[in-house]
Ligand binder design. Sequence first.
Ligand code: HDE
Length: 708
Amino acid sequence: MPSDVPGGAPTPAHPSRRPFDVATGAGGETHQHVDPRQPGQARALTSAQGLPVADGQNSLRHGARGPGLLEDLLLREKITHFDHERIPERVVHARGSAAHGSFECLQDCSDITRAHFLGQKGRKTPVFARFSTVAGGAGSVDTPRDVRGFAVKFYTEQGNFDLVGNNVPVFFVQDAIKFPDLIHAVKMEPDRGFPQAASAHDTFWDFISLMPESLHMVMWAMSDRALPRSLRMMDGFGVHTFKVVDAEGRWQFVKFHWRADLGVQSTTWHEAVTLAGADPDFHRRDLWEAIDRGDCPSWTLGLQVFDQATADDLPFDVLDPTKLVPEERVPIRTVGRMVLDRNPDNFFAETEQVAFCPSHLVPGFDFSNDPLLQGRLFSYLDTQLSRLGGPNFHQRLINAPRCPFHHHQRDAQGQMQVPRGRVAYEPNTLDPTGPRETPQGFASLAATDEGPKARLRAESFADHHTQARQFHRSLTPPEQRHLAAAIAFELGQVRTPAVRQRVLGHLALIDDALLAEVCRRLGVEAGRVAPATPVRAPRDADPSPALSQLASRQAGPKGRDVALLLVDGASAAVVQAVAETAAAEGVKLTRIAPTLAGVTADDGILLPADHALDSAPSVLFDAVAVLGAPADVQALAARPAATDWLRMAWRHLKTIGHDAGGAELLQAAGIGQDDAVFALDDAAAIRRFIAGASLRRHEREGLPGTDA
Ligand code: HDE
């Protein structure tokens, strides 16, 4: 029976009812939305208990304007669930983006490891990869200066293998017991709650100045590596030294390297800062959209494998996570490729609930005694207990192994399975088909470690400056400039002079030129800086060109975004030629116009726009061009949004293209000329313009309108 209570009847909705008018109270018996699906397509909306819902728009109340009723089972269930929607965010690496994909073994590695997923060329293993910033909260921006997490879960046939690394090959501290101090120093200061997602503050640099072991990683964190252009364009590293073990039980040391197939590319500092406002989700959106359009990012996995004799021969300890093994000393062996080709279906269920643990290992690998790694083996399992509410987090779909798993663990919070039978222990005789140990299973390597029980730091961990010096000397001059500018910026934010002085004292041990440049920028006299006293005097190590991203990790324009700012009268032929060249090079092209209505090309045809100028600043793109009839471009030049569009592209060292009309806007914006500014009047110029999308023209730095 239809109810006579307007707006709240617990009666089945009927399509013929007029919608309820909230303003007048007149009209239909239920306040329902129009469902765009055809009859027969829709599934019944139910409560969590499966109760079909007749009215999901109105809570139960006594009279249209009367009080709500406690009896309202639907309201209470829905609001209660909503109130509990959030789980604690990760204490570090809270802000992350992830994707599904697969890993393909490119080379049979059974000579070094019995890991099944590396055992046969062509063997494929599903993966889920999550990239993250470290310091910011879950809602912070994507482009702060920060190290990036690079965590990959391999769902292998021998169980899950989690490679939980970073985009920097070394770490700040040598011992796990210092990790909470490091994180407390870098995260927002506890009394004031700022700065968010930034290391440029007193507590971070105070800690650094007192922890010289952190200096090598500080060099990386202040380098361009900490400003990735895209999550698709950064490398990953396992950081610690692990062990590989073959079928005979022979072992060697191993370090993991992910190489971005699109090359490694960074933004400038000003670009990163501008991006934080223009698109706080810049990296997340970039990854999502690339995968969505089938432009699937990939990384090559390489291993540095070396034996004990090689380790003994190195001038540092391979158990020390603040050191890297130069590629020139131990080359990288390519073993596989990861392709990410599917976006998550649900951010919370997958990206948020994925639980990585370095202790998730498969047969064929083992841990080393790296004291940082040893602490991590405890931490990640522990953190999942509070983050995911109990020890059954491995049953969540994103965390569950894809191979069969059988054990005798039972009950606990969040148990999703219904284990059968009376036997939940072993050994047993009552369940002859139940799970049993297997000779192929994981076995820790036998080791004989001897020594006193004590809180010790190995002597071999004492050299804190040599590899920091080596890193700096391996960079190209523009990279060195950026590094000095970054340190000067961060120290400029530090309010306590003694902290600044102590850091400068460490730079004095790393490189005179670096110290001089930082001092020049800060307005400090380098000669008055008192060098720190090193635990062990630094050595001069040979530069390692592999450490420079400009020298070793640049790639072509594939995967980059190019934007055309189109104005009426733009040459249809040039637009077409740019589009074809971009498509051939795997470059994404975005058309921008003064408004979303698009523009009329010189052949009278409408050129549609993907974005209006105001909503697509040039900072979002890798290279930009302006095309239009001179008179129409001149009219546009009156808008600051248009001149800023070019000024920012120039300042951010981007390749710029133009036609005769576009040249008017360059002039209005006061843009100069260099060999990364192209008149797009022939096919060769268009090709050079598109190729320039992956390159930063560092030679432009220092010209008027750029950062020196
Ligand atoms: Fe982590 N780290 N970490 N870390 N870490 C976490 O685990 C920790 C370290 C890294 O996308 C936490 O599930 C300790 C090094 C990544 O979900 C926590 C120590 C490296 C991620 C934790 C380290 C990393 C984390 C927070 C020193 C590079 C994100 C939430 C002993 C090799 C994984 C969580 C993801 C996350 C602890 C040092 C990388 C608290 C105690 C070194 C990529 O367990």
